[in-house]
Structures are given as C-alpha cells and as structure tokens.
Design a binder for this molecule. Structure first.
Ligand code: SF4
Length: 358
C-alpha cells in the first residue's frame, strides 16, 4: 500500500489525513514544523529559494524517513517561483537518494487527475465524493473556529484560555470521521470559545487585518505565531487567506476573487503571482471597513509580496490606514517581532484615542 505525505501547512494535515485515509491509503503526517525541519530544508535547498520551499523540503525528508513513499503537493503557474517548487524538490530528493513519487497538482488538474487515478487505483466516485465531503467539512469547521479564535484572544478572561480550547477542538476534529460529528463539534466549541469573552485587554477594540503570502499567513512556525502575539497584545485579527477560501477560488466556487481584484484595481491592475493582488485588495477592503491597521507579511524575497509592499504605502495614505510590512526568513526571531508589533499596536491605540477624543 502507498504511504502518502504532503507539506505541513498550519492544520491542513487534519483534512488531508482524513481524505487520503478515506481513499484507502496509508498516511504519514509530517512532524510539526520545527528547528530540525528548517535546518534540513536550509541544508539541502538552494540559498535563494523561498522559505516555504525550504520548510516543505524539510517536511518531506522527515516524512520519508518515517516511511512515506509518495508526496502530494500543489503546483502553480504565473510569474513567481511556485511553479518550479515540485520539480526542484523532486530533483533534490532524488540527489539525496530518496526513491519517491511526487504528484504535483497543477491548476489545469489534467496531469494531477491521471496521477491521482493511478494512486487511488482508479476513480471510485462514491468513495471520492465521501472523502472529499469529509475533508471539506473539516476545512470549513477549522476555518470557522479559527476566525473566532482570532477575535476572542483579545478578550479572553484568563490568559491562554482560548488557545487551550482551540487545541482541544483541533485534536477532536482530527478524530471525528462524520459530517454530523464535525458540525456538533463546531457548535460545541463555538459556544465554549465565545464564553471566554471578557473585556478588551486595551480597554478598546483594535482591529487588525492580516494580509500576505499564503504559507506565511497559515503556518504559525514561520510567522512566529504572529496572530497569537497580536491577540496577547489585545488586538482582534481578521484575515481572508484560509485554505477554504483558497480552494473556493481555485475551484471557482465563489466570486470573491473578483471583489478583491476590484478593490485592488486603483492601485494594481495586473496579476503578479501568489497572493500579491489579494494583499493589496484586502488591505483596501479592511481600510474601507474601518479597521485600525493592516499587517502585511511575506517570506524574504517573495516577488508578489515585494510588489504589494511597494504599493501599500499609497493604499495607506489614500485610504487612511496605518500598515507595516514584515518579511520573514530563517533568521527572523521572536524578540524583533514582538518589539515591532508592540510599537505598531501602541501607535494605533494612541491614534484611535486621539480620533475618538476629537
Ligand atoms: S508566492 Fe512568494 S514565497 Fe511563494 S513561491 Fe512565490 S515567490 Fe516564493
């Protein structure tokens, strides 16, 4: 039997494990991202490669060492380097002596379709439908509860209360293998997390919109748990980059991308790859919805986010919203990040007091 693995990105492993298990495959979940994952990735990747490529390579090596023999990952096209990830990683793994099959799901899905058919031993439609339904419902539940966690961290009555509940929810979600069970769990934890609600830690709500490159936004190890840090500083956070949103755009299940593109239009009219246009469009939308600030994050040297970074000062000035851009690489550290976040949130708090006083 094939032993499948995939990149570690936030909690994606929960629906991915459910999906492949339901398809009758053995799953090797890569260990959580750690210093060891990063070190492995850095050691064997080209120095100029983007940070997510390095971490994913580390994930793959760790999973292969645990017995995986097939890697499934997303592919891409367009102006940034994502389109080359699969090929580069495959070449590196081969050079390191790993006998691995790599299935890269490109946006046209044709090649991926053939490879998956081969992996699943045909296309058993009923099984595929059930596995997809289970995974999709886990994704929706996960993202819904995450949205609530981003709000309630800023108002929890006891430090760490929300994260404790969130971790318990994720552990139970992994074990739940029916859609009814997922919905029950979602309702239960929505109430429990809502019940933690106390006063705003800063005496007022500070609303931050988080924009940027998808891997950095979703994976807490690489963004140094920026969302948690903001919650501890008393800021509520909203973001649009979720796995459910990404899949909906990818499969054309909604027209959200049109809204984002329209919002970005006065500042950026062309596709620049990755989530560059989302970063600009969503920053504009947050400003128009009355948010207090925007935090933009990306991996060091990420081309689409560098384009967004050069445009955001104009968005900030014309739309009247403060922003900071933070780029992360293997040398980023907690202390520097905390200092910058504290300064930004303090500044926003003071600005808000002055505006309210007037
Ligand atoms: S979006 Fe940025 S980090 Fe991701 S592959 Fe493209 S250039 Fe690299």
């Amino acid at each position: 039997m094939k032993r499948v693995t995939f990149p570690h990105m936030g909690n994606l492993w929960i629906p991915a494990r459910a999906f492949f298990q339901e398809m009758g495959l053995e799953v090797v979940v890569p260990p959580k991202n750690s210093k060891k994952t990063l070190d492995l990735g850095i050691k064997y990747s080209p120095e100029f490669a983007c940070l997510p490529l390095k971490i994913n390579l580390g994930n793959f090596i760790e999973a292969l060492e645990r017995g995986a023999d097939t890697i499934v990952m997303g592919g891409g096209c367009g102006p940034c380097r994502f389109g080359y990830y699969g090929e580069v990683q495959q070449a590196i793994l081969k050079e390191l002596g790993y006998d691995v099959r790599m299935i890269v799901l490109e946006p046209d899905l044709i090649q991926g379709y053939r490879e998956l058919r081969d992996l699943f031993g045909g296309f058993p439609l009923k099984r595929l439908f059930n596995a997809g339904k289970l995974a999709w419902n886990k994704i929706l539940a996960m993202d819904k509860i995450h949205r609530l966690v981003l709000k309630r961290r800023a108002t929890e009555r006891m430090a760490g209360q929300v994260d404790k509940l969130y971790n318990a929810f994720l552990a139970k979600l992994d074990q739940t293998m029916s859609v009814d069970g997922i919905n029950r769990l979602k309702r239960e934890y929505r109430e429990l997390i809502d019940d933690t609600r106390g006063k705003f830690k800063r005496g007022m709500e500070i609303k931050i919109g988080l924009v940027g490159e998808i891997y950095l936004i979703i994976e807490p190890f690489v963004n140094l748990e920026i969302e948690k840090k903001l919650g501890q500083l008393g800021a509520t956070v909203e973001k649009e980059v979720y796995i459910s949103n990404w899949l909906s755009h990818f499969l054309h299940l909604d027209n959200e991308m049109e809204t984002i593109t329209k919002a970005a239009e006065p500042y950026l009219r062309s596709f620049v790859g990755g989530h560059g246009i989302d970063s600009v469009g969503n920053a504009v939308r947050y400003a128009r919805r009355g948010f207090d600030g925007v935090i933009h994050i990306g991996p060091f040297t990420c081309m689409p986010e560098i384009v967004a970074q050069t445009i955001l000062p104009e968005v900030s000035q014309r739309e009247g919203i403060p922003f900071i851009s933070l780029f992360f690489d293997e040398h980023s550290g907690d202390a520097g990040l905390i200092t910058r976040l504290e300064a930004f949130i303090d500044l926003i708090g003071r600005r808000k007091k002055i505006v309210n006083y007037k």
